[in-house]
Write a protein that binds this ligand. Structure first.
Ligand code: ADP
Ligand code: MG
Length: 263
């Protein structure tokens, strides 16, 4: 019998911002690990040709036989691509640099924006509680696939000047996907990342973001914390690398906030 307290389908989130280096991958890995630590069954889909989420979770290049590219290009079954990680309840579909040519390789495919959605609308896709899609730093076909497949977008926003400027383009893309393919797509939340509370500018960015975007901004702020940047080289989420670190605490808090919103 199915547990009525569990959702019928996974909550699917695209972790996206067309700017590079703002904390998308760090958020996908560590939010994913923090959700998994509460007993949720979590799948991370690496849809960035750089494959940083795959590397950060210890999937060596040589072990990436079936990848996101095969799912999009060849309709490979999700089950063939899913790999377990060293973290309980946390699986990943890895990515390789092949994905960099997806925009071109898929140009003749009329269903090209629906490929990830189609892959997830299968029993294996539905067997997770949470799916986090780690997007590339671009509003390209890969990110659009994530937006079509997702319930909502989580936007990591680096606490620096100009941070808010890129948001309007991201919002336009979300609106476009809503109109074309996924009417229910919403922004789940904006996560301020790499925040340094001693820095006036960072405080100003937070103030501006909360003033202009209100409830869209997660209460949890992710501090700049060196443990977060060290953890991937040990192929671990920060929760395992240094569970007491401020970075680990912050991602646990973000997971709790997300769980409360989606209860
Ligand atoms: P993106 O996926 O948006 O390109 P990453 O998550 O890869 O961004 O982060 C970019 C770099 O910043 C990485 O080296 C990462 O380890 C580091 N980083 C991310 N978040 C933090 C943080 N809160 N504190 C310190 N370093 C961070
Ligand atoms: Mg990344």
């Amino acid at each position: 019998m199915s547990d009525p307290s569990r959702p019928q389908v996974p909550r699917i989130f695209a972790v996206a911002n067309q700017k590079g280096g703002v904390g998308k991958t760090t958020t996908a890995i560590n939010l994913g690990a923090a959700l998994a630590a509460t007993g949720q069954k979590v799948l991370i889909i690496d849809i960035d040709p750089q494959g940083n989420a795959s590397t950060g979770l210890g999937i060596d290049l040589g072990a990436r036989q079936t990848t996101t590219y095969d799912i999009l290009m060849a309709g490979a079954p999700l089950a063939d691509a899913v790999q377990s990680t060293n973290v309980a309840n946390l699986a990943i579909i890895p990515a390789t640099t092949d994905l960099a040519s997806a925009d071109i390789d898929l140009v003749a495919n009329e269903r090209r924006i629906y490929l990830l959605q189609t892959a997830l609308q299968t029993p294996v896709g539905r067997s997770y509680d949470y799916v986090l899609i780690d997007c590339p730093p671009s509003l390209n076909l890969l990110t659009v696939n994530a937006f079509v497949a997702a319930d909502a977008v989580i936007v990591p926003l680096q606490s620096e000047f100009f941070a808010l400027e890129g948001l309007s383009q991201l919002m336009l893309t979300i609106r476009d996907v809503r109109e074309r393919a996924n009417p229910g797509l919403r922004i789940e939340g904006i996560a301020l990342t790499m925040h340094d509370a001693r820095n006036n500018l960072a405080r100003q960015v937070e103030e501006d973001a909360r003033e202009n975007l209100g409830d869209l901004v997660f209460e949890t702020v992710i501090p700049r914390n060196v443990r977060l940047s060290e953890a991937p080289s040990y192929a671990m989420p920060v929760l395992d690398y240094d569970p007491a670190s401020r970075g680990a605490q912050a991602y646990r808090a973000l997971a709790a906030e997300l769980l409360a919103r989606n209860a």
